[in-house]
Structure formats: structure tokens, C-alpha cells
Design a protein around this ligand. Structure first.
Ligand code: ZN
Length: 160
């Protein structure tokens, strides 16, 4: 069965950046399951899987525009150490949920210098070209309910 609008797709993947470093992989885990055409995964990967079939292996290259976006410099900000009330030690790599005008945003601490903390609200994969090695494990038709909810139910999906 070919992947099309409202297909439920399960696939294994290994994600590498342009330097060949492995950023993420489903190896040793359940395949990733998503509802095709519902925006469950990044657009570039969804586009690359369109029309493919169960058992196929392919490589999909995704540009930042079709991935996690370009790096937005205005999302990098310096905040006073006092903003982290109740946190014993603020260190690079820590993640916090920040309240912004556009709603909650996950930010990562990138630098701590004296009383100044630099946080970055960009997605960790923003600005990167992404290479996915994909093996399609299963393709099936979505149920009416799955289409209405916009996500997969059952194994690998939402249980409710
Ligand atoms: Zn649901």
C-alpha cells in the first residue's frame, strides 16, 4: 500500500546532520508511527515519504525551511540569574519553559556568565539540513476516528 493522505505509517529512521553525526535514531525502539497528511511530522519528511511503500528504504534530505526552521537570532536572549528562582545551579544545557507573548516556549541555557544567563528558544535542530535514513515498516489505512482526531490510535499512537 502506498503512503497517501490518511495513511498510518510506521517507520524506522536514523537522523544525521551534514557532518555525519547521528542526532536521533529509532534503532532498538518501536518504529515511529504517524498519520500522513496531518502535520504530525516535519513537512520535508512527510513530503519525502509520499507515495512510498512498506519495506522501502530511502534517504530523505530536509532543508531547514521544511524542517525545524531557520535560526531566529531574536530567540537568543540574555536574562538575569534572578529569573531562575528556586533553581540551585543554572548550567548550560538545562531546559526551561519560558512564558512569552506567543505562548510557552522551551528554551535551552547556552551560557552562564556571572549574573547573566543566555537562553536560546530556537529548536535544537533549527538551521540544520537533516538527513533521514528511513525504512518503512508498515502502511495501513487510518480509521475514521484517527482521521477526525488527526493522530494515530493504538500501537505507537495516542491511547485514549
Ligand atoms: Zn485520538
Amino acid at each position: 500500500m502506498q503512503i497517501a493522505q490518511n495513511s498510518v505509517v510506521a517507520f524506522h529512521y536514523t537522523l544525521t546532520n551534514d557532518a555525519g553525526e547521528v542526532l536521533d535514531s529509532s534503532e532498538g525502539r518501536q518504529p515511529l508511527t504517524y498519520l500522513h497528511g496531518a502535520g504530525n511530522i516535519i513537512p520535508g519528511l512527510e513530503k519525502g515519504l509520499e507515495g512510498r511503500e512498506s519495506g522501502e528504504k530511502l534517504n530523505v534530505t530536509v532543508s531547514p525551511e521544511e524542517g525545524y526552521g531557520e535560526v531566529q537570532p531574536q530567540l537568543v536572549q540574555e536574562v538575569p540569574r534572578d529569573a531562575f528562582q528556586g533553581v540551585e545551579a543554572v548550567e548550560p544545557g538545562m531546559q526551561f519553559q519560558a512564558q512569552t507573548q506567543g505562548g510557552p516556549l522551551m528554551v535551552t541555557v547556552t551560557k552562564v556568565e556571572g549574573d547573566t544567563v543566555t537562553v536560546d528558544g530556537n529548536h535544537p535542530l533549527a538551521g540544520q539540513k537533516l538527513n533521514f535514513d528511513v525504512e518503512i515498516a508498515e502502511v495501513r489505512e487510518a480509521s475514521q476516528e484517527e482521521v477526525e482526531h488527526g493522530h494515530v490510535h493504538g500501537e505507537g499512537g495516542v491511547e485514549h
